[in-house]
Design a protein around this ligand. Sequence first.
Ligand code: 5AD
Ligand code: SF4
Length: 441
Amino acid sequence: MTAPKKLFIKTYGCQMNVYDSERMAEALGGQGYIETQSAEDADMILLNTCHIREKAAEKVYSELGRFRGLKAANPDLKIGVAGCVAQAEGEEIMRRQPLVDLVVGPQSYHRLPEMEAKTRAGEKALDTDFPEEDKFEKLKARPKAKRGPTAFLTVQEGCDKFCAFCVVPYTRGAEVSRPVDRILTEARDLVERGVREITLLGQNVNAYHGAGPDGDWSLARLIWALNDVDGLERIRFTTSHPNDMADDLIEAHADCPKLMPYLHLPVQSGSDRILKRMNRSHTAESYLRLIERLRAARPDLHMSGDFIVGFPEETEQDFQDTLALVEAVQYGSAFSFKYSTRPGTPAAERPQVDEAEKDDRLQRLQALLTRQQRALQDAMVGREVGVLFEKPGRLPGQMVGKSDYLHAVHVDSDVVVPGDLARVRILSSGPNSLAGEVLPR
Ligand code: 5AD
Ligand code: SF4
């Protein structure tokens, strides 16, 4: 028997890439690969890349350059680029970095085994098609390997919204939803393998409209069906668009026992002038009304969001409107970015905001968001909350998990094991996590 070949995958960007990396590792598992945590002893290195901001793409090229020595030491080493940079730049990657043997876009991962074989025959392999066949069906996990307590499950891909700053509609293509039965089968399989919490993924997850047994199902219907899966304890979903927040999904936040009280709902800006230029088709006011309805359904809902500062033509007043919206919402967590020019998107052609101004606005926004996040986290002290434990903590004797609201929580490790869902009383709040004690059942 030949020794297994070793695969090193480095994942950049969103959770969808994390999910895709797992599927790629499984697909190459069928070719005799096992995963390794170090690039040094790998027979194949795959970078699963992100193209959302300029820096993300540049990081990939500098990382690739660093593999030169490894390839010199091991001429059999194959280097591949997957993900959205692969989709967006295709052959350009091989031209710019001759070390690369394989370039595969997100819609072609099921073709990886053939592509790998091609590289072993000494050829270069490139596939950035948007094929007709169902890649997920072809990427099904073979071994019933045990899993950790939490898992991602992609239910929808692509986006038709065309926000003026965003590459996703180009790199991930048009919006497509997976059929209900495939998702439920995958969810049951995950639960059999030890998973207790599933996060449903999609670039526009709440636009989900997959084929069900009796016509198209909404995301809310899918969540209710998952609620009936025995052994599954928690359901989350990300990322949502304000315009697709349907009534049945808002109601699910009130009534569905396994749906967690946390919602990532990017707004991007608090200025209607900028939102319009971003092609967001909602206003600051409509977003705030929506959150009011969500909080009426689920008063303790923790809100999360994404923000872009320094979008073309953003003035100080526009930025002040963003700060005002943040004050009104009170976010439990948030991600904020400087606008980054993406070639081929409409906003790339417009008058740009000065870089130093962008830096300054980002700092001010992040200071506010951090204050809010910390205040909401500190307010957990003294409360009881559900925690799903995942792994040992950084310090000896600790076990860490996530609260219903997605806070990191640590407790003494001798009382729980990974996979336990326990009631915890929160005792103190640190910079990035909460400490608590497990309550008797
Ligand atoms: N520049 C900066 N941030 C961006 N995002 C998407 N495109 C860009 C861009 N060109 C941010 C948005 C989105 C998140 C995933 O990344 O806030 O919600
Ligand atoms: Fe990009 Fe999200 Fe806008 Fe789609 S809705 S274009 S993924 S920011």
